[in-house]
Design a protein around this ligand. Structure first.
Ligand code: AMP
Length: 678
């Protein structure tokens, strides 16, 4: 997940020309430095930059004698400095990675994990690290993480000078529950650092962003572990941080959304307020975005559902009673200062149009690009985004995870299908597990960052400042090239996820469990069963939803009568209930997405006629699959397979209700959840 933004507001006390938005310092580029046609400045003679994370400042200081860290941090840094920094840090990746590893192992040397579990004995060199530290999954570390979550403050994963400051709730799941990722305080500096570099890269490609503002649909959710540590998403951490809202609200230059709208945990009120502000300041908006592509589509759907109320409020200069949060009401009072019948008419005319094609470009006519992650599992939303945006560039700027910041897209305006992320070697220690290797679980197979090969696929393994060592993130990446010595990666897929609409991720085992549960509960009593199944994420609806294709095995007498017999033996109502039963069996992130976030639509079962899966197998064999080894793929992606399945559908069914989801139900009970959503 990723994004950052920047404004043109001059910060008090900043160097001439410096601008600042929250924790990121942004400086107007001198005209000579804006070279949209030439991607990067050459390697620097010397580096005169500041406001790095302490780590990167230290890294730099080692190469730039005389630059002391506090002095560096006090200086304002220009975009040109940041671009030079990217050149420098990618020039000798091996040296940077060596230093990063030594620093991580040095500061965490007294952590229980490194001393007792790994027996590292204070060593900070690569050789000892490779020999003694095992490659692990979240599940391996879970006992340590649960102790932290329950309040054990001893140095468990990170060293005593760097205690865990909070747990980030990752969208990745373990045993059906969200993973909790321990984070130390200065990890946020690295995160901010990456965003500030992203800002410089985007500014170089899209000049003039400081002349307007950004309409970003941002949402937060705060939770607390039983041990009293904050547990929240990485975006919540950013949007609720002190620095983020440091500057006074200026919808003409910063973000159109006021802080109160973003930090309001009721999604309806938050979205309503953000949309209203975006409409009221529509001419100032130069970029429209959300964390993920699906978030932008949700916002458009929200507009389509709520335009009448939005127009009424704009017309009357008053705010609907549905927004009850006092601070949101107060913030909007300043925005809805007077009636605006002309804008209200425009909103009504746009909302009542049957076809929303190009609506983003019409509602926000000065938009230069749509900013959201549109790679990985978000790639299937690109056609819909193109439709609604009227062909605006879709910009995926960076690659992040809760565990650590990873890389930047150095060509932000490229087509989403061509996006590669350049790994920033100062963010963590990166290793890669080849996915085409039979011995894929052996740490001995791990390849260091500078040694990955173009064209090969690897799973990402990170060692972070927060104390995760040789930890499998679960992302599969393909090397597409190099920027200087830094490898560039295309995001290929999650290692285990089969289905994913937004933050939900469902793997093969979970899908199978869900099918079995529905079948056992509702089909077996009728003498029927699921003969075969496969699934896909459907992005044609907003929000997207899971489509599960079922071939039914019917009692002999009815089965002989052909496809329509399914309806006779298993009527539509039973199949509707099967959809819900499956949803009940899916993990809590899925159910939360359905119930609270409404980011996933009702699960759909499409019943296909008997023999369909045999045809699917025949097609695979024709395309080269071995008959003996053929396994029904539990997710279908190939358009020809989807076409085949869809052409054999005899009936389709949707979940008639929401599955159960109780806030706070998790492996580590989370307390203080956000309120129910729209
Ligand atoms: P989370 O753990 O919830 O912070 O989500 C991090 C995960 O989101 C990463 O491990 C990736 O699977 C995915 N992700 C983040 N950024 C991107 C990106 N730019 N493109 C594709 N997937 C991404």
């Amino acid at each position: 997940m990723t994004f950052g933004w920047w404004s043109g507001k001059t910060a008090p006390g900043a160097a001439p020309g410096a601008t600042q938005n929250g924790p990121y310092i942004q400086v107007h580029l001198a005209p000579m430095a804006i070279q949209t046609h030439k991607p990067f400045l050459g390697p620097p003679k010397h580096v005169q930059l500041a406001f790095h994370s302490p780590t990167s400042a230290r890294l730099l200081a080692t190469r730039s004698p005389g630059l002391n860290q506090p002095a560096a941090a006090a200086m304002a840094e220009t975009d040109a400095d940041k671009l030079r920094f990217i050149e420098e840090v990618t020039a000798d990746v091996d040296a940077v990675q060596k230093r990063v590893l030594a620093e991580i192992l040095g500061r965490n040397a007294d952590a229980e994990y490194l001393t007792t579990r790994c027996g590292l004995g204070g060593a900070t060199d690569r050789g000892t690290f490779r020999a003694k530290v095992p490659m692990v999954t979240y599940e391996d570390l879970q006992p340590y993480i649960l102790r932290i979550a329950h309040g054990d403050r001893s140095p468990i994963l990170s060293g005593s000078d760097h205690p865990v400051s909070e747990l980030l709730t990752s969208s990745g799941t373990s045993g059906g529950e969200r993973k909790l990722i321990p984070i130390v305080e200065d990890e946020h500096d690295r995160h901010h650092r990456l965003h500030s570099l992203v800002g410089a890269v985007v500014n170089q490609s899209v000049p003039g962003l400081d002349k307007g503002s950004g309409l970003y649909f941002l949402f937060v959710k705060s939770e607390t572990t039983p041990g009293g540590l904050p547990a929240r998403t990485i975006l919540t951490r950013i949007f609720t941080s002190d620095g983020f809202w440091k500057l006074p609200y200026n919808p003409q230059r910063g973000l159109t959304s006021p802080a109160a709208a973003v930090v309001c945990e009721d999604t309806f009120q938050s979205m309503y307020a953000q949309m209203l502000c975006g409409l009221c300041h529509r001419h100032a908006v130069l970029r429209v975005g959300a964390a993920f592509a699906s978030g932008v589509l949700r916002a458009i759907r929200f507009f389509q559902r709520n335009w009448a109320q939005l127009a009424a409020d704009i017309d009357a200069g008053t705010l609907t009673d549905r927004v009850t949060d006092p601070s949101v009401r107060q913030a909007l009072a300043g925005v809805l200062r007077q009636r605006d019948p002309e804008l209200a008419r425009f909103v009504r005319s746009e909302g009542s149009k049957g076809d929303a094609a190009g609506i983003i470009a019409r509602l926000w006519p000065n938009t230069k690009y749509v900013h959201a992650v549109a790679t990985g599992s978000m790639a299937h939303y690109v056609p819909a985004l193109n439709h609604y945006s009227g062909g605006l560039p879709i910009v995926s700027t960076a690659y992040f995870s809760s565990e650590c910041s990873i890389g930047i897209n150095l060509r932000p305006m490229c087509d989403p299908s061509e996006v590669s992320y350049t790994v920033m070697p100062n963010m963590a220690y990166f290793e890669f597990l080849p996915t085409d290797n039979d011995d894929a679980t052996a740490a001995s197979q791990l390849v260091e960052l500078p040694r990955v090969e173009a064209g090969r696929e690897y799973e990402l393994v990170v060692t972070t400042y927060s104390g995760l060592c040789r930890y499998r993130v679960g992302d599969v990446l393909r090397v597409t090239g190099f920027h200087n010595a830094a490898p560039q990666f295309r995001f290929v897929r999650r290692r285990k996820a089969l289905l994913s609409v937004e933050s939900d991720k469902t793997d093969e085992v979970e899908l199978q469990r869900a099918v079995e549960r529905a079948s056992a509960a509702l089909l077996r009593p009728l003498g029927a069963a699921v003969a075969d199944y496969t699934a896909r994420t459907c992005a044609e609806t907003v929000p997207g939803h899971y489509v599960v294709y079922w071939e039914l095995q019917l009692p002999a007498t009815a089965g002989a009568e052909g496809p329509s017999s399914a309806d006779v033996v298993v009527d539509g109502e039973v199949l509707d209930r099967c959809c819900l039963e499956m949803e009940e069996a899916l993990n809590s992130v899925y159910r939360q997405s359905r119930v609270a976030d409404r980011s996933v639509g009702p699960l759909e079962i499409r019943v296909v006629r008997p023999g369909t899966f045999e045809e699917l197998a025949d097609h695979a064999v024709v395309r080269g699959a071995s008959v003996g080894q053929y396994k029904v793929p539990r997710s279908v992606i190939a358009p020809q397979d989807i076409d085949l399945l869809d052409s054999r559908v005899v009936s389709n069914h949707f979940s008639p209700a929401l599955p159960h989801w109780v806030p706070g139900q998790s492996a580590v009970p989370i307390i203080g959840q956000g309120r129910e959503k729209c």
